[in-house]
Design a protein around this ligand. Structure first.
Ligand code: PHE
Length: 345
C-alpha cells in the first residue's frame, strides 16, 4: 500500500512542474498510458494471491481515477493559459495560384535557345558600366546624341555633390545597350568568337514603346573571312525560326558608330502581308533589329588585328520581339505587374 502512496506523491510533484499540454500528455502516459505504471500494476494483479486481489484492485483503481481527475483539472487550467495557436491540419489549404513565365522571359529564353542551337556561346557583362565600355570603345564620340542625358542614366560618383543625372562628367553609367559586352569579351578572349550577350539595359525614356529598363540580346561573330553574307544568313535564319519560314526579310542601310556598314533589319508585316496597315505604319515592313560589320576602330580599341579578322554584330530588342509575337500594343504593360495581363502567356 505504501507503494501507491509513493506513486501518488511522485505524480503530484511531477504534475507541479508541468507547464504545457505536451508535457502533461507525457506525464499522464507515464502513469496511466498503455505502458504506464498503473496499467502495469493492473496487469500484475492477475498474478497476485486471490485474497489480496480485491484490495489491490481498489487501490489501483482509486489512484488511476485520481490521476485522471488531476490530469483533467490541469489540462483545463493549462488551456486557459496556453495561448499558442494550433493548426487544424484537416482543414483544406489556402489555394495559392500558380505563377507563370513573364512574356519577356519566354521570348528571351526562346531567342537564347535559337542562337545556342546555331553554335553561339552565351556571355554576360555588368549593368553598371564605365563610359569607356558603353561609349568610347564602341566609337561613340563625346558629342554623340546617344550620350545625351535624356537617354543615359549617369551614376553619381561617390562623394559628388551634384545630383546624379546632371553629372555628365561621371564616367559611370547604367549601360544603354548590351554592346559593351562585345568589348569586354574581345579584350579577354582571342578569335574565333561567336557569342550572344543577353541582358537588361537602361535608358531614360518612357512612353508607349519605351520603358526605362528593357532587354537586349547582343550578338558577335569574329573570325578570318567573316562577311556580310554570314550576318545575313544568321539573322535570316533567326527571323524565320521566330516568325515563320515564309516571312520576307530585308536589310536596310543604316548607321551605328560601331558597325560599318550598318543595317536595320526589317521583316514583312505579318498583319497586312506587305500591303500597309497600322502595325507597320503603312510601310509593309517592321523593324526588328540593328546589325552591321564590326567597325575597324572598335577592333583597334579591343586589340583585335584588323589585317586578320573581320566580324559582324547585331542587337535585338527583346520587348519589341515580344510585342510583335504576342500583339502587345503598349510595352509598359510588361512591367506593370497586372496579373490579368501576365496570365495570358
Ligand atoms: N547597340 C545597338 C542599339 O542598342 C544595337 C546594335 C548592336 C546595332 C550591334 C548594331 C550592332 O541600338
Amino acid at each position: 500500500m505504501d507503494y501507491y502512496a509513493k506513486l501518488e506523491e511522485s505524480f503530484q510533484s511531477e504534475l507541479q512542474s508541468v507547464s504545457n499540454t505536451v508535457e502533461l500528455q507525457t506525464l499522464l502516459s507515464k502513469y496511466i498510458g498503455k505502458n504506464g505504471f498503473i496499467t502495469q500494476k493492473l496487469k500484475e494483479m492477475a498474478a497476485a494471491p486471490k485474497e489480496e486481489r480485491a484490495a489491490l484492485g481498489k487501490a489501483v483503481n482509486k489512484l488511476k481515477c485520481y490521476i485522471e481527475e488531476q490530469g483533467k483539472e490541469k489540462k483545463a487550467s493549462l488551456s486557459k493559459k496556453d495561448n499558442r495557436t494550433y493548426v487544424d491540419i484537416t482543414l483544406p489549404g489556402a489555394y495559392v495560384k500558380p505563377g507563370g513565365r513573364h512574356p519577356v522571359k519566354i521570348v528571351l529564353n526562346e531567342i537564347i535557345d535559337i542562337f545556342v542551337s546555331m553554335g553561339f556561346a552565351v556571355e554576360e557583362g555588368p549593368e553598371v558600366e564605365t563610359d569607356f565600355y558603353n561609349f568610347e570603345a564602341l566609337n561613340i564620340p563625346l558629342n554623340h546624341p546617344a550620350r545625351d542625358m535624356q537617354d543615359t542614366f549617369y551614376i553619381k560618383p561617390l562623394g559628388a555633390e551634384t545630383p546624379a543625372n546632371s553629372y555628365r562628367e561621371s564616367n559611370i553609367v547604367l549601360r544603354t545597350h548590351t554592346s559593351p559586352v562585345q568589348i569586354r569579351i574581345m579584350e579577354k578572349k582571342k578569335p574565333p568568337l561567336m557569342f550572344i550577350a543577353p541582358g537588361k539595359v537602361y535608358r531614360c525614356d518612357s512612353d508607349i514603346s519605351h520603358t526605362p529598363i528593357f532587354h537586349q540580346v547582343e550578338g558577335l561573330m569574329v573570325d578570318e573571312g567573316i562577311t556580310f553574307a554570314n550576318l545575313k544568313a544568321v539573322l535570316e535564319a533567326f527571323i524565320h525560326i521566330v516568325f515563320g519560314p515564309d516571312v520576307p526579310v530585308r536589310f536596310r542601310p543604316s548607321f551605328f558608330p560601331f558597325t560599318e556598314p550598318s543595317a536595320e533589319v526589317d521583316m514583312g508585316c505579318f498583319s497586312c502581308k506587305g500591303t500597309g496597315c497600322r502595325v507597320c505604319k503603312n510601310s509593309g515592313w517592321i523593324e526588328i533589329l540593328g546589325a552591321g560589320m564590326v567597325d575597324p576602330r572598335v577592333f583597334n580599341k579591343a586589340g583585335i588585328d584588323t589585317n586578320v579578322y573581320t566580324g559582324f554584330a547585331f542587337g535585338i530588342g527583346i520587348e519589341r520581339i515580344a510585342s510583335l509575337k504576342y500583339g502587345i500594343d503598349d510595352i509598359r504593360l510588361n512591367y506593370e505587374g497586372d496579373l490579368r495581363f501576365l496570365r495570358q502567356f
